[in-house]
Design a protein around this ligand. Sequence first.
Ligand SMILES: NC(=O)c1ccc[n+]([C@@H]2O[C@H](COP(=O)([O-])OP(=O)(O)OC[C@H]3O[C@@H](n4cnc5c(N)ncnc54)[C@H](O)[C@@H]3O)[C@@H](O)[C@H]2O)c1
Length: 462
Amino acid sequence: MSVFYASSLDIPRLVSEGRITVAVYGLGKMGQPLAVIFASAGAKVVGVDVDERVVSMINEGRTELLAEPGVREGIERFVKEGRLWATTDLVKAVQLADFIVVIVPVVVDEESKDPDLNALLTVSEAIARGLKKGSVVIIESTVPPGTTNGFVRSIIEKGSNLKAGRDFGLVYSPERTYVGRVIEDVTKRYPKIVGGINEQSTEVAGAFYAIFCERGVIKMSSVEAAETTKVFEGIYRDANIALANELARLCERFDVDYFEVKKAANSQPFCHLHDPGVGVGGHCIPVYPHFVIKIAEEMRVKVEVTKTARKVNEEAPLHVINLVEKGLGKIGKEIKGTKVVILGLSYRGGVKESRFSPTFDLVKELEKREVLVTVNDVLWDADEGRMFPFRFEPDIMKAVDGADCIIIATDHAQYKELDLEKLVNQAGKKPLVIVDGRQVFESKRVSEFKDVIYMAVGKPND
Ligand SMILES: NC(=O)c1ccc[n+]([C@@H]2O[C@H](COP(=O)([O-])OP(=O)(O)OC[C@H]3O[C@@H](n4cnc5c(N)ncnc54)[C@H](O)[C@@H]3O)[C@@H](O)[C@H]2O)c1
């Protein structure tokens, strides 16, 4: 089926009749829900991944994404019905596909902060080798603006001898979701942004996404405008979290509760103060500002707010360490030689993702101060924990045994439910210093416990 030449009015029918095959490159936290969404609408879906374990699991109708609503049931059902299967053969999948959707990771090098386009390079080369005339290639990974029409297009055109916009469609359409509710976000919550390299590309992809997205499609005037929109959404979050971290520190010195101020200030529509924390993690928000910073520097455009926000958020773990030192100081203890337990590795509650987690920085800073550090996270088991470059204990109570101080770095529901008295008794050191970086013990009136020195980001701490 040459979808690129089909009328956009025909696309919904072709999909529902099962005459369209979609290849999804990257079967991760985003790719698997997308595969389920496409199959739900009637398309045949071939998932593609370099990880053989993921591919085998999918072909057995199974997934590791058990906390992602709709994914386990969807994969089980569509594999059984023969509408979904997976492969590690990157070229074969393109040969079969009408729409080729790419959602592989694009991150930055941790040292140089240069965008790492390696996964996109591998996929683009495979697409070039298998692409047939009349297909439509859609990049969904977040990328530096200009990547689709530059990097991706040139690799595909060179390797396929086909011309984008004439022989095949080329589109950028960002994934605007939150882990834990991907299917709901895509199908119900937000409009889909679609920008093609020409009108025909935008029209066909727009008609395709309109089938699944109840909130409709926003057709952009260019592929670059679509790419920039997604990067700006991330920069907006980063800058606002940086502002929250800065203002929270100020509140601590003012002896004012940041969260009380935030609630009051946000009661009118022009203020959207965010939550402060221990830093920004995950492979999205801390990464996307660098996509713009690099390009801006090359173009000699100043992006001071974007750069400063990154710096403020990268320094957030240091502020948490200051609170630890201050808390221990209140009971006459030096930080050196103490036992500190960090509760939380994930960058966000309920999400199993350690990439760029501020917990790594917390550990590094504590070890510099000769602290004995243990990390707990309820989402990783002991076997997985052996991979981390620090002492990891999956059992909360075992982890806090003998602790002088507990840092709460992630707002997991399991931490909110902790019995404080049990925690203090288990630690055994009285008073126990608790540094709450995520408002986890907010409702527990911890400061009323006589055996606890409670320090919290954004709270009066004296
Ligand atoms: N996770 C999020 O919250 C989120 C939100 C919006 C957008 N995104 C975008 O989606 C991208 C992917 O995110 P994710 O959370 O699904 O990542 P993930 O790490 O969960 O999954 C990525 C998958 O891609 C596979 N992969 C890597 N290289 C490949 C290649 N060359 N060919 C085929 N498969 C390959 C990996 O094996 C893995 O299974 C991100 O880099 C970002 O650009 C993510």
